[in-house]
Write a protein that binds this ligand. Structure first.
Ligand SMILES: NC(=O)c1ccc[n+]([C@@H]2O[C@H](COP(=O)([O-])OP(=O)(O)OC[C@H]3O[C@@H](n4cnc5c(N)ncnc54)[C@H](OP(=O)(O)O)[C@@H]3O)[C@@H](O)[C@H]2O)c1
Length: 482
């Protein structure tokens, strides 16, 4: 019998991979609730039903949950400018009530390991979410997974550990690098989540998942071993969470708010407190920490990073929908370049390789300084890089930009996520014989207008040369190999 399954959060780190995994199951009829349909690939749209909406919109929730047997709750509001704890409470309450109204049989939720008494604000919110979802066991069954650090290509924890180990031969660390935790590989998490549809169960269940117990220090050492590097760590008692977070944002791709939440989380022990994983999911044996690092590194090497921590909108209502505001932009800097007889496909490939390790072709040093300023101001900065060095999709982060629109061989629209006194976009429109490159800016108040005017000379240089360099790079590109 076909079972109807709803996945929420399917444009995020966990949900995107879970959706890909469940798409292979012919016994499931999948539906997605997303905030922005353009983030779902065309090939996926053909196989699933997609409802556009969110957990604060009751009508969209009911539409998404109608006729559903099992619903995944893979949502959080961390990163919101407004009170994320309150948003998470309301979101979970709305979801539970809508599930009950729609007659959903089972909700599967993934939260964090840890206990209330010592939990950070982020973790506490994850615990509260689980409690709210499972508050009506008489009407709705809940399977609540609790995971600590998740290791996989593109996961924030993995990228932090990998970057620190790769970049720093010696590290001064806070004393709580000795806190114990139980990480888990992303593929094991996905197996638990997927199997939870099938297990026979009466009543609710909390399942703690994780591999061997290890300290953060142990994780760094083990990662260095897998990467065949020698690393020395010096724990000192004086490093505060704030200082450690600044340290993290300089050497890793995560922004300050995320670094702070992760650092706070490391202060308290996050270990498995029940053996329900073994009892209810005996077929799954979590891989070791070292194996999970190895597997994540291999995925990166093979350009197989299916999702990344930066895929979601970091709590905002949606990070992309306001691309429509582009028509209201007050300032524009437009340049037109001849394609010099090159096919559009080559120009598109060249544009799609911008950012990350390729850089920005013109005044790279200046871009880097701008990135550093952005990081120090709490933004994403340049070292967020990109998920995949060759391919892009809508929603992908590109340094301090995000892909807002992508039309094969025709158009790339980037929306700026750097700290700016206004809203900015960078558009590449590939015509049969010319490339139209436009920077759009909608200033916020007088400061925004001043910013644009001050930046004019820099923009003249950057945007004047960028298009030319894109075309030159396109001419030098090797032929497509896959
Ligand atoms: N990633 C980890 O390392 C980790 C570790 C332990 C536990 N977990 C848990 O796993 C769950 C999923 O985490 P994640 O890392 O996959 O998060 P994520 O990458 O930030 O993705 C969050 C997803 O939720 C969607 N979303 C946010 N608010 C929404 C709303 N109000 N209505 C509808 N959709 C909404 C986002 O959509 P947009 O794309 O539109 O933003 C995105 O698809 C969370 O409960 C988290 O606590 C994660």
């Amino acid at each position: 019998m076909t079972r109807k399954v709803l996945i929420t959060g399917s444009t995020g780190y966990i949900g995107r991979r879970l959706k890909d995994l469940l798409l292979h199951r012919s016994d499931l009829d999948l539906r997605l609730l997303v905030r922005n349909k353009s983030k779902v690939r065309g090939s996926v749209l053909q196989k699933v039903t997609v409802v556009e909406g969110d957990t604060f919109n009751q009508a969209s929730l009911l539409e998404a949950l109608q006729g559903i047997d099992t619903a995944y709750y893979l949502i959080h509001s961390m990163g919101s400018d407004s009170d994320f704890e309150e948003r998470d409470r309301v979101s979970a309450g709305n979801f539970r009530d809508a599930c009950i109204e729609a007659g959903v049989k089972r909700v599967i939720y993934l939260g964090g390991l840890g206990v209330k008494e010592t939990a950070s604000a982020h973790l506490l919110s994850r615990i509260e979410t689980g409690e709210i979802l499972s508050a009506r066991p008489d009407l709705l069954q809940t399977i609540w997974f609790r995971a600590g650090i998740i290791i996989g290509s593109g996961s924030a924890s993995f990228e932090i550990v990998r970057n620190l180990v790769q970049k720093l031969p010696m590290m001064i660390t806070p004393k709580w690098v000795n806190t114990r935790t139980q990480p888990i590989a992303i593929n094991d998490v996905l197996d638990y989540l997927a199997d939870a549809i099938d297990i026979a169960l009466t009543g609710d269940l909390i399942v703690d998942i994780g591999t061997e117990t290890i300290t953060f220090r142990g994780m760094m050492k083990a990662t260095a071993k897998v990467m065949k590097l020698k690393r020395v760590l010096f724990p000192v008692p004086v490093l505060s969470p704030k200082l450690s977070s600044y340290w993290l944002i300089l050497f890793t791709p995560v922004p300050f708010q995320m670094a702070r939440a992760l650092v706070e989380g490391l202060k308290s022990e996050t270990v498995v407190l029940n053996d329900h994983a073994r009892t209810y999911f005996p077929r799954i044996t979590p891989m070791t920490f070292e194996a999970s690092i190895q597997s994540a590194l291999e995925e990166m090497e093979h350009h197989h990073v299916l999702s990344r921590w930066s895929d979601s909108s970091a709590g905002d209502v949606t990070d992309l929908r306001n691309q429509d505001g582009i028509s209201n932009a007050i300032y524009r800097h437009r340049r037109v370049f001849s394609l010099d007889g090159l096919p559009r496909e080559r120009i598109f490939r060249s544009i799609c390789s911008l950012g990350g390790e390729t850089g920005w072709f013109v005044l790279n040093r200046l871009w880097q300084i701008r990135g550093l300023i952005d990081k120090l101001a709490g933004g994403y900065g340049l070292n967020r890089g990109r998920r995949d060095s060759r391919h892009l999709r809508v929603g992908d982060a590109l340094d301090f930009w995000k892909v807002a629109d992508l039309q094969e061989n025709r158009r790339l629209l980037l929306v700026a996520q750097m700290k700016l006194p206004g809203k900015a976009w960078l558009e590449f429109d590939i015509q049969p014989d010319q490339l139209i490159q436009t920077a759009h800016f909608h200033p916020r108040g007088i400061l925004g207008r001043l910013y644009w005017i001050t930046m004019l000379p820099v923009h003249q240089i950057i945007f004047g040369k960028l298009g030319k360099r894109i075309i030159r790079y396109a001419a030098e590109l090797p032929p497509v190999t896959d």
